[in-house]
Structure formats: structure tokens, C-alpha cells
Design a protein around this ligand. Structure first.
Ligand code: NDP
Length: 480
């Protein structure tokens, strides 16, 4: 998209050599890497080039069973009885090792996921390390956390998606370990590599075998894990559809569950908002991580009186975004994570046009190979349109307008989801008024996509239940 500005950035490629990718990876069970019992593997692909990065073991039921047994033995014999202060030392070690190997993690994440190195380097990896640091601090203070004499739950079965592979692993593992649980984690099929590097970090930190087990595979592996009778707690992040499947399979089992599911957040801009700041917040809200974000501000609600002015500025800003090589430090928009996801974004965008919305993208040269989608804006979107209702999970923004604050609230809440929302206004009283009426787990005011390990995150309605982060997130891993 640099064609639209009179000057251009010179390429600033990140050195790829910092990462050594092995030709193949085993499952990390009981402290060791080993092939799947039946020897099956699958390829993980760089979405920016479609090149195969490595072959990864595909865990079947026998492997899931072995991992859960290893976690159970470690829970009963080592991790459960270990004093919190001891557990904290291991978790601090993991936090420090992630920070030490940050660049390696960032490059690997961008290669396997397609996200810009600027994001993996500045957001995903530092936040992952911060989650371990934060939760290490809780490990010896659980008796003072307000949960009474709480005990760990036992073995946690954790299934994570592909949009923030390392960060989601940290969100799942850090609180579970701090609370004294052991874990079996299944990364997404398209992004297993940073979780496997994290397994290496667990070895480096001399974490006792079986405390963290990482089993790679596809949906069937995840299904086998969450249904395993040896799992005491299921933590899932992913689509609402799969979340519902898991809920059905877990019904009556008495298992503890947390579900972080989809979203269709409204980012509400009032006429008194500082528009330049709002434009940055809108861009961050929907184009960060190619829009592969459950809390993405995918519906822009803008007050009619400033809509034209805001949209002009937004279009200008989008024309300056740089799409391309995820390993270039100048890149704003990287590759779409998979062919399947690209097809879904294309299908929903086509539906938007068919349903009468006006589609706009800046002039943009897409690379010849890999999975790419330009930043896209839909105006004239009606509330009933699929692009206003369904989670697109891509760099696509649907714009709606409103006249009064009441109308803004009604439109923002007109969704089956309830994960997040944003509000842009100069008036503090209006922020509070709106936040009280938004049916969303998180409401950001004059900012968007802000995360901190101390701050609980989660939704309700079709966005799931339970919180991750903060004291509340810790409670999900305690039998309080
Ligand atoms: P899924 O919900 O299918 O994947 C999330 C995780 O669950 C992955 O590790 C997946 O494994 C695993 N999984 C799949 N099926 C099952 C099952 N039956 N039981 C247990 N675990 C399972 O998301 P997709 O990757 O298929 O993406 C589909 C859509 O979901 C996206 O287009 C997007 O709209 C939405 N999505 C939303 C996310 C969010 O955080 N809100 C995150 C990811 C996706 P595997 O990857 O190996 O199939």
C-alpha cells in the first residue's frame, strides 16, 4: 500500500536465523519429546509463503491418555504437594527464559502464524512472559487471595486457538501452575511451534516431568482431551461452535469449565471524541493481528454527525498501512493464518456486498504466494447483515451509524455475543453511563485491545464464561 504515499519504507527484515526449526517435532509428554503412538504426523505451514516449516506429531487417543496419566502422576506426587514458594521459583524461571529467548519466540510465532514481527515482538511475547511473572507471584499467596483454604483442581485439559499461540498458552498454563494444577495443553493445528518451544523452555527450567504436557494435533485430539475422564478442569479458547460441542460433551461430568469464545464487539465513537485518537483506536481494534482477535472491534458505531469526517480520516489511515512480509519490521498487516480462514473471510465479505453494503479497500498489492486479505471497510451496513452479526475473524470492519447514546447502546448490544466493547468520547460521565449499559465483559474507554495479566478478561452470553487473568482467573483453577 506504499504506492499511495509519496515515499516508501526501505525493507527492514528481521533476521530469521535466530530460530532453528527442526524438520520434525514429537509430543511433549512426561518431560520428554516422543513420536505419536501410531507415528502419525502433520505439516505446519508458513501462511505468508505456503512453505512447510516442520512435521509435527499428531496425537491420538493413546497419546492423550498417556499425557493425562503423566499429568495425574505429577500432580499427585510432585506439583500438588509442593509448597507454593517452590512452585513460584519454576514459574519465575519460565517467565525469565521466555524474556531471554524473546526474539526467538517472536520470529517463530511470525513464521508459523503470519502475524507481523512488530506485534509478536512487542505484544505477544512480552505479555506471555508477563503472565508467568504475574502468576508466579500468586503461587505462595493463595491462602490470602480470598478463596479460603482453596485446593488446586487437579489435571487441567487446555485447548487453545491459532490467533495468539504463545500468549494463549501462557494464559492457560501460568494460572493453572500457580494454583498447583498440572496441565495437558493442545495448541491449534496450524500454529504448534511456539508451544513446542515453550515445552523446551519447561525442560530448560527443569520443571518436573509431567507438570506441563503439550500434545499437538487437530480437532480430534482436542475432543479426546476434553472428554478424557482423568481431566478435572477444561479450559477452552476458540469458536463458539466448538465451545458448545465441548459443553455438550462435558454435561453431567461435574468438571470445572471455562470458555473464552467468539465476539462481535462494538467500537462506539461519539461526536465529541478526539477523532485522530479514535482513528488509531479503530485501526488497532480491527486490523491488529489481521483481525484474528476474539475481542476485535469489528463493528464501528459512529455518531452520524461526524461519520463522514471520521470515515475520510480512516480511509486515509488505511491507505498508509503496509501489508506484506510478516518478518519485515515495517509491516502492519501480515498473512491470514490459513487457507480455510481466508476462504471464510472471502465468503463473508462477498455476503456483505450481496446484502447491499458498500465495500472499500485501499489500493493494495497482495503478494503472489501465501494467504492475504486487504484491510476492508463496509459502510451502509444494516444490523441484520451477516457482516454485522457473524464473527469474521479477519481485517474487515463493518460501519454503522447512530444518532443518540440510547441508539448506540441498543445497536451495540444487538448481538448474541458479549465479550468486549470500546467507547470514544471526551466525557467521563458518558463513558460510565455507556459502560454500565454495555453487555460486554470488557469495555475499553478511549483505547482498545489493552491487556494486562492483572486484569480479568472474559465474556458472557455466546462469548463464553469464566475469566482469565487477575485474581478471578486464578479462581478458575482452584477448588474453592
Ligand atoms: P476452533 O474453535 O475449531 O479451534 C480452537 C481450538 O479447538 C483448536 O485447538 C482446535 O484444534 C480445537 N478443536 C477443534 N474442534 C474441537 C473439538 N471438537 N473439541 C475440542 N477441541 C477442538 O476454531 P477454528 O480454528 O476452526 O476457527 C474457526 C472460527 O472460529 C474462526 O473462523 C473464528 O471465527 C473463530 N475463532 C474464534 C476464536 C476466538 O478466540 N474467539 C479463536 C479461533 C477461532 P485444531 O486447530 O487442531 O482444529
Amino acid at each position: 500500500m506504499t504506492d499511495t504515499v509519496p515515499w516508501s519504507y526501505a525493507p527492514a527484515p528481521q533476521e530469521r536465523g535466530i530460530v532453528t526449526i527442526a524438520p520434525s517435532y514429537g509430543l511433549f509428554v512426561d518431560g520428554k519429546f516422543a513420536a505419536a503412538a501410531d507415528g502419525r504426523t502433520f505439516a505446519t505451514v508458513n501462511p505468508a509463503t505456503e512453505e512447510s516449516l516442520a512435521e509435527v506429531a499428531l496425537a491420538g487417543e493413546a497419546d492423550v491418555d498417556r499425557a493425562v496419566r503423566a499429568a495425574r502422576a505429577a500432580y499427585e506426587n510432585v506439583w500438588g504437594p509442593m509448597p507454593g514458594a517452590q512452585r513460584a521459583k519454576y514459574i519465575y524461571r519460565i517467565a525469565r527464559l521466555i524474556a531471554e529467548r524473546a526474539r526467538e519466540f517472536a520470529v517463530l510465532e511470525s513464521l508459523d502464524n503470519g502475524k507481523p514481527i512488530r506485534e509478536s515482538r512487542d505484544v505477544d511475547v512480552p505479555l506471555a512472559s508477563a503472565h508467568f511473572f504475574y502468576h508466579a507471584g500468586w503461587a505462595d499467596k493463595l491462602d490470602y487471595a480470598g478463596f479460603g483454604q482453596a485446593r488446586p483442581v487437579g489435571v487441567a485439559g487446555q485447548v487453545i486457538p491459532w490467533n495468539f499461540p504463545l500468549l494463549m498458552a501462557a494464559w492457560k498454563l501460568a494460572p493453572a501452575l500457580a494454583a498447583g494444577n498440572t496441565c495437558v495443553l493442545k495448541p491449534a493445528e496450524t500454529t504448534p511451534l511456539t508451544a513446542l518451544l515453550l515445552a523446551e523452555v519447561c525442560q530448560q527450567a527443569e520443571l518436573p516431568p509431567g507438570v506441563v504436557n503439550i500434545i499437538t494435533g487437530a480437532g480430534d485430539t482436542g475432543a479426546a482431551l476434553v472428554a478424557h475422564p482423568g481431566v478435572d478442569k477444561v479450559a477452552f479458547t476458540g469458536s463458539t461452535e466448538v465451545g458448545k460441542e465441548i459443553l455438550r460433551s462435558a454435561a453431567g461430568s461435574g468438571r470445572k469449565l471455562t470458555m473464552e469464545l467468539g465476539g462481535k464487539a462494538a467500537n462506539v465513537v461519539f461526536e465529541d471524541a478526539p477523532l485522530e485518537g479514535a482513528v488509531e483506536g479503530i485501526v488497532n481494534g480491527i486490523f491488529f493481528n489481521q483481525g484474528h482477535v476474539c475481542c476485535a472491534g469489528s463493528r464501528l458505531l459512529v455518531q452520524e454527525s461526524v461519520a463522514d469526517m471520521l470515515l475520510d480520516r480512516l480511509r486515509r489511515r488505511l491507505a498508509a498501512l503496509r501489508l506484506g512480509d510478516p518478518l519485515d519490521k515495517n509491516t502492519d498487516i501480515g498473512a491470514i493464518n490459513s487457507r480455510q480462514q481466508l476462504d471464510k473471510i472471502r465468503e463473508l465479505s462477498a455476503a456483505g456486498e450481496t446484502e447491499g453494503a458498500e465495500r472499500w479497500s485501499p489500493p493494495c498489492q497482495l503478494p503472489d504466494r501465501g494467504y492475504w486479505f486487504p484491510p476492508t471497510l463496509f459502510t451502509g451496513v444494516s444490523q441484520s447483515s451477516r457482516i454485522a452479526r457473524e464473527e469474521i475473524f479477519g481485517p474487515v470492519l463493518s460501519v454503522l451509524t447512530f444518532r443518540t447514546p440510547e441508539e448506540a447502546v441498543a445497536k451495540a448490544n444487538n448481538t448474541p455475543y458479549g465479550l468486549s466493547a470500546g467507547v470514544w468520547t471526551e466525557k467521563g460521565s458518558r463513558i460510565l453511563w455507556l459502560a454500565q449499559r454495555m453487555r460486554a465483559g470488557v469495555v475499553w474507554a478511549n483505547t482498545y485491545n489493552r491487556f494486562d495479566p492483572a486484569s480479568p478478561f472474559g465474556g458472557y452470553r455466546e462469548s463464553g464464561f469464566g475469566r482469565e487473568g487477575g485474581r478471578q482467573g486464578l479462581g478458575a483453577y482452584l477448588d474453592a
